[in-house]
Design a protein around this ligand. Structure first.
Ligand code: NAD
Length: 328
Protein backbone atom coordinates (compact mmCIF):
# COMPACT_ATOMS: atom_id res chain seq x y z
CA UNK A 1 0.00 0.00 0.00
CA UNK A 2 1.24 3.53 -0.72
CA UNK A 3 1.51 5.50 2.49
CA UNK A 4 2.37 9.16 3.01
CA UNK A 5 4.17 9.53 6.31
CA UNK A 6 3.83 13.11 7.56
CA UNK A 7 5.99 14.96 10.04
CA UNK A 8 8.99 12.65 9.86
CA UNK A 9 12.47 13.10 11.23
CA UNK A 10 15.53 11.01 10.39
CA UNK A 11 14.84 8.69 13.34
CA UNK A 12 11.24 8.05 12.17
CA UNK A 13 12.41 7.18 8.67
CA UNK A 14 15.09 4.81 9.97
CA UNK A 15 12.85 2.90 12.37
CA UNK A 16 9.90 2.73 9.97
CA UNK A 17 12.06 1.49 7.08
CA UNK A 18 13.60 -1.16 9.34
CA UNK A 19 10.16 -2.34 10.51
CA UNK A 20 8.59 -2.16 7.06
CA UNK A 21 10.67 -4.88 5.43
CA UNK A 22 9.41 -3.65 2.04
CA UNK A 23 5.78 -4.52 2.92
CA UNK A 24 4.44 -1.06 2.09
CA UNK A 25 5.64 1.78 -0.10
CA UNK A 26 6.43 4.48 2.46
CA UNK A 27 6.75 8.07 1.22
CA UNK A 28 8.18 10.42 3.81
CA UNK A 29 7.62 14.13 4.21
CA UNK A 30 8.86 16.48 6.90
CA UNK A 31 5.68 18.54 6.44
CA UNK A 32 3.15 18.55 9.24
CA UNK A 33 -0.42 17.75 8.30
CA UNK A 34 -2.68 20.80 8.17
CA UNK A 35 -5.20 22.35 5.78
CA UNK A 36 -2.44 23.43 3.38
CA UNK A 37 -0.44 20.20 3.35
CA UNK A 38 -3.44 17.85 3.17
CA UNK A 39 -3.18 18.09 -0.63
CA UNK A 40 0.13 16.16 -0.49
CA UNK A 41 -1.97 13.09 0.33
CA UNK A 42 -3.57 12.99 -3.10
CA UNK A 43 -3.33 9.44 -4.46
CA UNK A 44 -2.45 7.90 -1.09
CA UNK A 45 -4.99 5.52 0.47
CA UNK A 46 -3.19 5.81 3.82
CA UNK A 47 -1.31 8.45 5.77
CA UNK A 48 0.58 8.36 9.05
CA UNK A 49 0.75 11.33 11.42
CA UNK A 50 2.28 12.35 14.76
CA UNK A 51 1.22 14.26 17.87
CA UNK A 52 1.13 17.82 16.53
CA UNK A 53 -0.32 17.11 13.10
CA UNK A 54 -3.71 18.72 12.64
CA UNK A 55 -6.46 16.21 11.89
CA UNK A 56 -9.35 18.53 12.70
CA UNK A 57 -12.65 18.44 10.79
CA UNK A 58 -11.66 20.65 7.80
CA UNK A 59 -8.42 18.71 7.28
CA UNK A 60 -10.26 15.38 7.46
CA UNK A 61 -12.82 16.64 4.93
CA UNK A 62 -9.97 17.42 2.54
CA UNK A 63 -8.26 14.09 3.09
CA UNK A 64 -11.49 12.14 2.55
CA UNK A 65 -12.11 14.16 -0.63
CA UNK A 66 -8.67 13.14 -1.90
CA UNK A 67 -9.46 9.46 -1.36
CA UNK A 68 -7.55 8.83 1.87
CA UNK A 69 -9.07 5.88 3.76
CA UNK A 70 -6.71 5.37 6.70
CA UNK A 71 -4.96 7.67 9.17
CA UNK A 72 -2.59 5.84 11.46
CA UNK A 73 -1.09 7.79 14.35
CA UNK A 74 2.44 7.11 15.55
CA UNK A 75 1.34 7.99 19.08
CA UNK A 76 -0.89 6.83 21.91
CA UNK A 77 -2.72 10.14 22.35
CA UNK A 78 -5.21 11.06 19.62
CA UNK A 79 -6.48 14.44 20.86
CA UNK A 80 -5.39 16.01 17.53
CA UNK A 81 -7.91 13.91 15.54
CA UNK A 82 -11.60 14.75 15.31
CA UNK A 83 -12.85 11.18 15.68
CA UNK A 84 -16.53 12.06 15.21
CA UNK A 85 -15.82 13.64 11.83
CA UNK A 86 -13.53 10.76 10.86
CA UNK A 87 -16.34 8.32 11.65
CA UNK A 88 -18.85 10.35 9.67
CA UNK A 89 -16.50 10.45 6.67
CA UNK A 90 -15.81 6.71 6.87
CA UNK A 91 -12.10 7.27 7.62
CA UNK A 92 -10.37 4.56 9.64
CA UNK A 93 -8.19 5.98 12.43
CA UNK A 94 -5.60 3.81 14.16
CA UNK A 95 -2.93 4.60 16.73
CA UNK A 96 -0.19 2.91 18.75
CA UNK A 97 -2.14 2.07 21.87
CA UNK A 98 0.65 0.34 23.61
CA UNK A 99 4.31 1.12 23.17
CA UNK A 100 6.89 1.13 25.88
CA UNK A 101 5.03 2.85 28.70
CA UNK A 102 8.35 2.52 30.56
CA UNK A 103 9.80 5.26 28.35
CA UNK A 104 7.37 7.89 29.66
CA UNK A 105 7.14 6.58 33.23
CA UNK A 106 10.92 6.47 33.59
CA UNK A 107 11.26 9.95 32.10
CA UNK A 108 8.71 11.24 34.61
CA UNK A 109 10.84 9.81 37.39
CA UNK A 110 13.96 11.37 35.85
CA UNK A 111 12.27 14.78 35.81
CA UNK A 112 11.10 14.41 39.38
CA UNK A 113 14.54 13.44 40.67
CA UNK A 114 16.24 16.19 38.69
CA UNK A 115 13.89 18.80 40.13
CA UNK A 116 13.81 17.60 43.71
CA UNK A 117 17.61 17.28 43.85
CA UNK A 118 18.23 20.38 41.66
CA UNK A 119 20.36 18.39 39.21
CA UNK A 120 19.43 20.68 36.30
CA UNK A 121 20.99 23.57 38.21
CA UNK A 122 23.99 21.64 39.52
CA UNK A 123 24.91 20.56 35.99
CA UNK A 124 25.39 24.16 34.86
CA UNK A 125 27.05 25.32 38.05
CA UNK A 126 29.75 22.67 38.04
CA UNK A 127 30.56 23.37 34.39
CA UNK A 128 31.18 26.98 35.36
CA UNK A 129 33.46 26.03 38.22
CA UNK A 130 30.92 26.82 40.93
CA UNK A 131 30.88 24.07 43.51
CA UNK A 132 28.86 25.91 46.16
CA UNK A 133 25.86 24.00 47.43
CA UNK A 134 23.69 26.98 48.40
CA UNK A 135 20.39 26.75 46.58
CA UNK A 136 20.84 23.09 45.75
CA UNK A 137 19.28 21.63 48.87
CA UNK A 138 16.87 18.86 47.97
CA UNK A 139 14.28 16.70 49.68
CA UNK A 140 14.01 12.96 50.28
CA UNK A 141 11.37 11.38 48.11
CA UNK A 142 11.08 8.61 50.67
CA UNK A 143 8.11 9.44 52.86
CA UNK A 144 6.43 11.75 50.35
CA UNK A 145 2.85 11.43 49.17
CA UNK A 146 2.72 10.99 45.40
CA UNK A 147 -0.54 11.78 43.61
CA UNK A 148 -0.98 10.16 40.22
CA UNK A 149 -3.75 11.49 38.01
CA UNK A 150 -4.51 8.79 35.45
CA UNK A 151 -3.39 5.32 36.45
CA UNK A 152 -3.53 3.55 33.07
CA UNK A 153 -0.46 2.03 31.45
CA UNK A 154 2.01 4.86 32.11
CA UNK A 155 0.57 6.02 35.44
CA UNK A 156 0.63 2.46 36.81
CA UNK A 157 4.30 1.97 35.89
CA UNK A 158 5.18 5.32 37.41
CA UNK A 159 3.32 4.18 40.56
CA UNK A 160 5.39 0.98 40.62
CA UNK A 161 8.63 2.95 40.27
CA UNK A 162 7.60 5.36 43.03
CA UNK A 163 6.57 2.46 45.27
CA UNK A 164 10.24 1.47 45.43
CA UNK A 165 11.07 4.79 47.12
CA UNK A 166 8.79 4.13 50.09
CA UNK A 167 6.04 6.64 49.47
CA UNK A 168 2.30 6.96 50.03
CA UNK A 169 0.50 6.56 46.71
CA UNK A 170 -2.72 8.41 45.93
CA UNK A 171 -4.58 7.90 42.66
CA UNK A 172 -7.33 9.62 40.75
CA UNK A 173 -8.89 7.79 37.83
CA UNK A 174 -12.37 7.02 36.66
CA UNK A 175 -11.34 3.34 36.48
CA UNK A 176 -9.15 2.29 39.43
CA UNK A 177 -6.34 -0.01 38.35
CA UNK A 178 -6.08 -3.23 40.43
CA UNK A 179 -2.28 -3.28 39.85
CA UNK A 180 -2.07 0.09 41.64
CA UNK A 181 -4.39 -0.99 44.44
CA UNK A 182 -2.07 -3.94 44.97
CA UNK A 183 0.81 -1.49 45.48
CA UNK A 184 -1.22 0.14 48.24
CA UNK A 185 -2.51 3.08 46.20
CA UNK A 186 -5.52 4.81 47.71
CA UNK A 187 -7.99 6.14 45.14
CA UNK A 188 -9.39 9.49 46.22
CA UNK A 189 -11.29 12.43 44.74
CA UNK A 190 -9.22 14.86 42.66
CA UNK A 191 -9.53 17.58 45.32
CA UNK A 192 -8.24 15.22 48.02
CA UNK A 193 -5.33 14.10 45.87
CA UNK A 194 -4.33 17.70 45.18
CA UNK A 195 -4.62 18.70 48.83
CA UNK A 196 -2.57 15.76 50.15
CA UNK A 197 0.14 15.21 47.55
CA UNK A 198 3.74 16.44 47.70
CA UNK A 199 4.09 15.48 44.05
CA UNK A 200 1.31 15.49 41.45
CA UNK A 201 2.00 13.72 38.16
CA UNK A 202 -0.38 13.84 35.20
CA UNK A 203 -1.04 10.73 33.11
CA UNK A 204 -4.58 11.21 31.81
CA UNK A 205 -5.23 11.74 28.09
CA UNK A 206 -6.21 15.16 26.81
CA UNK A 207 -9.99 15.12 26.34
CA UNK A 208 -12.59 17.88 26.52
CA UNK A 209 -13.17 16.93 30.17
CA UNK A 210 -9.44 16.98 31.07
CA UNK A 211 -8.61 20.25 29.24
CA UNK A 212 -7.02 22.62 31.81
CA UNK A 213 -7.56 20.08 34.57
CA UNK A 214 -4.81 21.99 36.33
CA UNK A 215 -6.05 25.58 36.48
CA UNK A 216 -6.09 28.47 38.95
CA UNK A 217 -8.72 26.70 41.07
CA UNK A 218 -7.05 23.27 41.19
CA UNK A 219 -3.58 24.80 41.62
CA UNK A 220 -4.87 26.62 44.70
CA UNK A 221 -5.99 23.27 46.12
CA UNK A 222 -2.44 21.91 45.86
CA UNK A 223 -0.21 21.80 48.91
CA UNK A 224 2.12 24.76 49.24
CA UNK A 225 5.55 23.56 48.10
CA UNK A 226 4.19 20.72 45.96
CA UNK A 227 5.86 19.55 42.75
CA UNK A 228 3.85 19.24 39.52
CA UNK A 229 4.99 17.05 36.62
CA UNK A 230 3.27 16.90 33.25
CA UNK A 231 4.54 14.34 30.76
CA UNK A 232 1.11 13.73 29.23
CA UNK A 233 -0.30 16.57 27.12
CA UNK A 234 0.32 20.31 27.41
CA UNK A 235 -3.29 21.47 27.49
CA UNK A 236 -3.99 19.53 30.68
CA UNK A 237 -2.41 22.57 32.34
CA UNK A 238 -3.48 26.20 32.09
CA UNK A 239 0.03 27.61 31.64
CA UNK A 240 -0.84 31.19 32.59
CA UNK A 241 -2.39 30.00 35.87
CA UNK A 242 0.70 27.85 36.44
CA UNK A 243 2.97 30.87 36.01
CA UNK A 244 0.93 32.76 38.62
CA UNK A 245 1.30 29.82 41.04
CA UNK A 246 5.05 29.80 40.40
CA UNK A 247 5.34 33.54 40.93
CA UNK A 248 3.77 33.29 44.38
CA UNK A 249 6.01 30.36 45.31
CA UNK A 250 3.00 28.09 45.74
CA UNK A 251 4.73 25.28 43.85
CA UNK A 252 8.31 24.32 44.68
CA UNK A 253 9.07 22.82 41.28
CA UNK A 254 7.46 22.05 37.94
CA UNK A 255 8.51 19.57 35.26
CA UNK A 256 6.96 19.90 31.82
CA UNK A 257 7.72 17.64 28.89
CA UNK A 258 4.69 19.01 27.06
CA UNK A 259 3.31 22.50 26.56
CA UNK A 260 -0.12 23.56 25.37
CA UNK A 261 1.31 25.68 22.55
CA UNK A 262 4.13 23.29 21.65
CA UNK A 263 2.96 22.88 18.05
CA UNK A 264 5.37 24.86 15.86
CA UNK A 265 7.92 25.01 18.69
CA UNK A 266 8.90 21.49 19.72
CA UNK A 267 10.61 18.82 17.61
CA UNK A 268 12.79 21.30 15.71
CA UNK A 269 15.97 23.33 16.20
CA UNK A 270 14.89 26.90 16.82
CA UNK A 271 18.13 27.98 18.50
CA UNK A 272 18.80 30.63 15.81
CA UNK A 273 15.34 32.17 16.09
CA UNK A 274 13.71 34.64 18.42
CA UNK A 275 11.26 33.08 20.85
CA UNK A 276 7.97 34.91 20.28
CA UNK A 277 5.83 32.98 22.76
CA UNK A 278 6.03 35.20 25.87
CA UNK A 279 4.24 32.67 28.08
CA UNK A 280 6.74 29.97 27.20
CA UNK A 281 9.62 32.42 27.58
CA UNK A 282 8.38 33.33 31.08
CA UNK A 283 8.24 29.65 32.04
CA UNK A 284 11.90 29.26 31.12
CA UNK A 285 12.92 32.02 33.54
CA UNK A 286 11.99 30.07 36.67
CA UNK A 287 14.94 28.28 38.25
CA UNK A 288 12.59 25.62 39.62
CA UNK A 289 11.01 24.76 36.26
CA UNK A 290 12.43 22.07 34.00
CA UNK A 291 11.08 22.01 30.46
CA UNK A 292 11.89 19.39 27.85
CA UNK A 293 10.59 19.22 24.27
CA UNK A 294 8.20 16.25 24.33
CA UNK A 295 10.96 13.69 24.63
CA UNK A 296 9.50 11.34 27.25
CA UNK A 297 8.61 8.74 24.61
CA UNK A 298 11.97 8.98 22.89
CA UNK A 299 13.77 5.72 23.63
CA UNK A 300 15.15 3.15 21.22
CA UNK A 301 12.63 0.59 22.48
CA UNK A 302 9.64 2.92 22.10
CA UNK A 303 10.62 4.06 18.60
CA UNK A 304 11.02 0.47 17.45
CA UNK A 305 7.63 -0.50 18.89
CA UNK A 306 5.94 2.57 17.38
CA UNK A 307 7.36 1.68 13.95
CA UNK A 308 6.48 -2.02 14.18
CA UNK A 309 2.93 -1.28 15.34
CA UNK A 310 2.45 1.32 12.59
CA UNK A 311 3.47 -1.23 9.95
CA UNK A 312 1.16 -3.84 11.52
CA UNK A 313 -1.71 -1.29 11.51
CA UNK A 314 -1.13 -0.68 7.79
CA UNK A 315 -1.10 -4.42 7.03
CA UNK A 316 -4.20 -5.10 9.15
CA UNK A 317 -6.08 -2.27 7.48
CA UNK A 318 -5.07 -3.52 4.04
CA UNK A 319 -6.30 -7.01 4.97
CA UNK A 320 -9.61 -5.57 6.27
CA UNK A 321 -8.79 -6.44 9.90
CA UNK A 322 -9.51 -4.28 12.93
CA UNK A 323 -7.08 -4.54 15.84
CA UNK A 324 -6.61 -3.09 19.34
CA UNK A 325 -5.35 0.17 17.77
CA UNK A 326 -8.45 0.82 15.68
CA UNK A 327 -10.27 3.93 16.94
CA UNK A 328 -12.89 4.33 14.20
P1 NAD B 1 -4.03 4.89 29.24
O1 NAD B 1 -5.23 4.98 28.38
O2 NAD B 1 -3.44 3.53 29.51
O3 NAD B 1 -4.32 5.57 30.66
C1 NAD B 1 -5.05 6.75 30.80
C2 NAD B 1 -5.83 6.67 32.11
O4 NAD B 1 -6.53 7.90 32.26
C3 NAD B 1 -6.87 5.54 32.13
O5 NAD B 1 -6.70 4.75 33.28
C4 NAD B 1 -8.21 6.29 32.14
O6 NAD B 1 -9.22 5.61 32.89
C5 NAD B 1 -7.83 7.61 32.79
N1 NAD B 1 -8.73 8.70 32.44
C6 NAD B 1 -9.16 9.05 31.21
N2 NAD B 1 -9.98 10.10 31.29
C7 NAD B 1 -10.08 10.42 32.60
C8 NAD B 1 -10.78 11.42 33.32
N3 NAD B 1 -11.55 12.31 32.68
N4 NAD B 1 -10.65 11.46 34.66
C9 NAD B 1 -9.88 10.55 35.29
N5 NAD B 1 -9.19 9.57 34.67
C10 NAD B 1 -9.29 9.52 33.34
O7 NAD B 1 -2.95 5.84 28.57
P2 NAD B 1 -1.37 5.81 28.76
O8 NAD B 1 -0.76 4.89 27.76
O9 NAD B 1 -1.03 5.62 30.20
O10 NAD B 1 -0.98 7.29 28.29
C11 NAD B 1 -1.44 8.42 29.02
C12 NAD B 1 -1.16 9.69 28.24
O11 NAD B 1 0.24 9.90 28.19
C13 NAD B 1 -1.57 9.63 26.76
O12 NAD B 1 -2.93 9.93 26.58
C14 NAD B 1 -0.67 10.67 26.15
O13 NAD B 1 -1.35 11.91 26.14
C15 NAD B 1 0.51 10.76 27.11
N6 NAD B 1 1.78 10.37 26.47
C16 NAD B 1 2.81 11.25 26.47
C17 NAD B 1 4.02 10.90 25.87
C18 NAD B 1 5.22 11.83 25.86
O14 NAD B 1 6.17 11.58 25.11
N7 NAD B 1 5.29 12.86 26.67
C19 NAD B 1 4.15 9.65 25.27
C20 NAD B 1 3.08 8.76 25.34
C21 NAD B 1 1.89 9.13 25.93
Amino acid sequence: MDVLVYDTKKYDRETLCAANNDLHRLHFTAAQLNEQTASLAEGFPAISIFVNDDASAPVLERLAGLGVKLITLRSTGFNNVDLETAKRLGLTVMRVANYSPYAVAEFTLAMLLALVRRIHRAYNRVREGNFALDGLQGRDIHGMTIGIIGTGRIGAIFARLMHGFGVTLLGFDQRPNPACVELGMEYVALETLLARSDVVSLHVPLLPETYHLINAHTLALMKRGAVLINTSRGALVDTEALIEALKTGHLSAVGLDVYEEEDGLFFRDRSEQILTDDVFARLLTFPNVLVTGHQAFFTQEALTQIAETTIRNLSDFEAGRRNENTLT
